[in-house]
Design a protein around this ligand. Structure first.
Ligand code: WT7
Length: 654
């Protein structure tokens, strides 16, 4: 277990200010504690009460029916509801149709669109009808491959409306990543756009990527193409349909489908420690409820607040805290198509000023990249609308925490450091802004109903405080994933095998003397790069696709901006000579196979890799070399050829 990153002394606490507490949904630590205790004592009662937040077509028969030994997880069985009704229709029906649902801020600062709940309602119904007309039925899978445009929300909610299971594939993923994801869940329809714009990049080939993929995706029958840039793209007659035309020519009325609470809502692929991405499956009732409840309490959302989550909808953060949670709560959300450094490093702060953003949720990696450009950028803008700041994706360290607090929040905004995973559906460990004194770098305390526990490698639970080990959850919560799509055994093996009866997160942690949780990093073969998880095996597999490569091993190492970056060790086939050309080609290969976010930052050619006699690569040693901890390589006596270490050290890439 890698505990090296664990901080030792608890840092000073930042207490919620009176202003933050007075009006908050939970306004003191004692109130939090009482509610938390209650949520554990009567877990079903707690969630039944929370479930009143949603509109149910039929009430559930049983709140929870979960067993981690048998790995069976069910919430609100017998209940019927529709997620799109809950995110849109009911707000219109309750007289809030004029409330702005989405403030869309284009990549180009001159492009802004505001979409009210009423407009969203109409668009979603039209899109639902268009999907139906193209043959999509309840239970069918639909792949959504879009950038951050309003149609993303419309497409997602339209699927939810008719009971189709959406699988959003991040817009920067390659054609190859698209193929494996489409085929894994046999999608019938793809929704994409002509081309995309991001920062200085114009005409990102979205439709062209789909065209590349489609020869190898036999289940796809129709492709919807949103006109975003108007660039000319190939349209195949009978298969490709212009989104706008399809919506315009269909009826604006479509009854929402009554879905079982346990019916799948969506699949989202996430990296696994083997090469193949896992299709994380979330269920309708529990997921929607959990996203809504956590958004309400953690972001302390109140009517009228302008809320901005910078995450792309291609990741779980966008699903839960840009679409489902906030829209279920009738929030006004900012959806941003651009990047933090275009046209300049003031972009985020300019958007906050322009739309008077009150609640801002982003990733530590974005903060680091902006912090290094200096305070003059944020200082140019009026950030006084901000009242709450949040982070997610990786531990936030003291320098960027302090910068966020002082320079962005002007010392008066609480910061919620939210720990969770694609698999958990929503936030599990987090401060509540009006209640929890925070310590920079700690995600603090469990959310209502959540039972974290700390385990030794040997599988013993560590009770009490000031303990370090593996972070597990001892009980279920409504937002928990239900299975790996098409591979339930993989779900069982990945999350429930190592510590029987518990859900294993894959993270290490420290529960400090005050009972606060500090996430110390992954204990498995996942690397968190810029807040997104990437499996080492996936990257190794992609590198291995280069003709000259015999073998590759990748590890993470600390990186100023990305948090962790990828260091690759590559052994070439006999007769191949290492060169910058091959290095470039390998890099390109990874971009092509997985996407640019997975490309190694450093690549070292190695004659051999450190292996045990049984042939297992000792990543611990590779990690130390990548981290430049050369005095501290540990025991290398079990290596088959201890001499490789010396040559690896001398060939280290700085
Ligand atoms: C992994 C999950 C949850 C959406 C974004 C990433 C790391 C996430 C924190 C945090 C420390 C964090 C963990 C986790 N992580 N949030 N606040 N502090 N670490 O989702 O790609 O499923 O990755 O991200 O290691 O297991 P994901």
């Amino acid at each position: 277990m890698n505990n090296a990153a664990a901080p030792t002394p608890p840092a000073p606490s930042y207490k919620p200010t009176d202003a933050a507490s007075v009006s908050a949904h939970v306004s003191s630590l004692s109130q939090y504690s009482a509610l938390y205790e209650e949520s554990l004592r009567d877990n079903d009662g707690f969630w039944a009460k929370q479930a009143e937040r949603l509109d149910w077509i039929k009430k559930w028969d049983k709140v929870s029916d979960c067993n981690f030994n048998e790995v069976s997880i069910r919430w609100f069985q017998g209940g019927k509801l529709n997620a799109s009704h809950n995110c849109v229709d009911r707000h219109v029906q309750n007289g809030h149709g004029d409330v702005t649902a989405i403030i869309w801020e284009g990549n180009d600062p001159a492009q802004t669109r505001k979409i009210s709940y009423r407009e969203l309602h109409e668009q979603v119904q039209r899109a639902a009808n268009a999907l139906k007309a193209s043959g999509v039925q309840k239970g069918d899978r639909v792949c959504i491959y879009l950038q951050m445009i309003p149609e993303m929300a419309v497409a997602i909610l339209a699927c939810a409306r008719i009971g189709a299971v959406h699988s959003v594939v991040f817009g920067a993923f390659s054609a190859e990543s698209l193929i494996s994801r489409i085929n894994d869940s046999s999608c019938k329809v793809i929704i994409t756009q002509d081309t995309g714009v991001r920062g200085t990049k114009q005409d990102i080939p979205m439709k062209a990527n789909v065209d590349k993929a489609i020869g190898q995706t036999p289940t796809v029958e129709k492709v919807f193409v949103v006109r975003r840039t108007g660039s000319i793209v190939e349209m195949k007659e009978g298969r490709d349909i212009v989104w706008q035309t399809a919506l315009d020519s269909t009826s604006p009325h479509c009854e929402p489908e009554a879905m079982d609470a346990e019916d799948p809502l969506f699949i989202l692929y996430t990296s696994g420690s083997t090469g193949k991405p896992k299709g994380v499956l979330h269920a309708t009732g529990g997921y929607l409820l959990y996203a809504s409840v956590t958004h309400h309490y953690v972001f302390d959302y109140k009517p009228g607040d302008v809320y901005w989550c910078t995450a792309d909808v291609g990741w779980i953060t966008g699903h839960s805290y840009l679409i489902y949670g906030p829209l279920a709560n009738r929030a006004t959300v900012v959806m941003f198509e651009g990047v933090p450094n275009f046209p300049d490093y003031g972009r985020f702060w300019q958007v906050i000023e322009k739309h008077k953003v009150n609640i801002f949720y982003t990733a530590p990696t974005a903060l680091r990249s902006l912090m290094k450009e200096g305070d003059a950028w944020p200082d140019q803008y009026n950030l006084s609308s901000l009242r709450l700041l949040g982070t997610v994706g990786e531990p936030i360290k003291s320098p960027e925490w302090t910068w966020y607090h002082k320079v962005i929040g002007k010392g008066h905004c609480p910061i919620v450091d939210t720990w969770w995973q694609t698999e958990t559906g929503g936030i599990l460990i987090t401060p509540l802004p009006g209640a929890t004194p925070t310590k920079p770098g700690s995600a603090t305390l469990p959310f209502f109903g959540i039972r974290p526990a700390v385990m030794t490698d040997q599988g013993e639970e560590l009770h009490g405080n000031d303990v370090r080990g593996c972070l597990v959850l001892s009980g279920s919560w409504p937002g928990q994933m239900r299975t790996v799509y098409g591979d339930h055994q993989r779900f069982v093996d990945t999350y429930f095998k190592r510590f029987p009866g518990k859900y294993f997160t894959g993270d290490g942690c420290w529960r400090d003397p005050d009972g606060y949780y500090w996430i110390t990093g992954r204990v498995d073969d996942i690397i968190i790069v810029s807040g997104h998880n990437i499996g080492t095996a996936e990257v190794e597999g992609a590198i291995g696709q280069h003709n000259s490569v015999a073998e590759a091993a990748v590890v993470g190492y600390p990186h100023d901006i990305k948090g962790t970056a990828i260091y690759a060790y590559v052994t070439l086939k006999t007769g191949q000579v290492a060169s910058d050309q091959i290095r470039k080609e390998i890099n390109l290969k990874v971009r092509e196979v997985l996407g640019p976010h997975a490309a190694p930052e450093k690549l070292q050619f190695a004659d051999g890799l450190p292996k045990t006699r049984s042939g297992k690569i000792m990543r611990r040693i590779l990690r130390k070399i990548a981290e430049n901890e050369l005095d501290n390589l540990g025991d290398i006596s079990t290596l088959a050829e201890p001499a490789v270490v010396e040559s690896l050290v001398s060939g280290r890439v700085n």
